[in-house]
Design a protein around this ligand. Sequence first.
Ligand code: URA
Length: 252
Amino acid sequence: MSPPARTQPKAARFRLDRLLASLGYGSRAQIALFLRAGRVTLDGVALHDPAQRIEASEAVFARLDIDGEPADPPPGMAVALNKPTGVTCSRKEAGKLVYDLLPDRFRLREPPLSTVGRLDKETSGLLLLTDDGALLHRLISPKSKIEKRYRARLARPLRGDEADIFASGALMLEGEVKPLLPARFEALGAKEAYVSVSEGRYHQVRRMFAALGNHVEALARDRIGAFALPPDLAEGASLILRAHELEARVRG
Ligand code: URA
């Protein structure tokens, strides 16, 4: 049985200016100005005092509007993104980044929104992000053994022994000293297969096929634990969740 989700929404109270600054709405001085201008409302009533303490909970944030728009989620958030190819999982590399696919303010949030592991630039599919450091650690820890499923399109026909070799727990990747943990394999066609791995070595799936003399032409992740990429989530689109909801969906 899966362990219960341990992350619960926190209901700590924070100064309004600090809280909005931590969500990327501006400096505390800028926030004081827009509070004065009546741009932040709770139940439609303007909040003017930067020192007012408010609860950083989902329930309170559901009542909070900024410039007439619902406020961004409070800390304890998570994102499920359908990552397209050509986009890098990094905060500061050159080229298009996964953060460019999210609202600009999300890049400025504290605690920061981090990717739960990484996908290669040329790999597409389900990518999770969260600002909950403890959850991030639980999900990426080698001990977690959460299975991630990839659909691979290959340059050459399958050999027929991939399932046995990947399941063996003996496959060594070039340049490594420890064999891979057993992985699951399911052929989908002559040059197409699912591979499910429970570790996250560098370019792992591409290197697994390279070790068998094949070449991955396209790779997409469609599942992390029990969390399947929602079929209606278009490439580049994302779903906002609470961190505890994300963990429950991954653990199933
Ligand atoms: N394996 C790969 O080769 N690339 C990824 O992005 C993920 C797993």
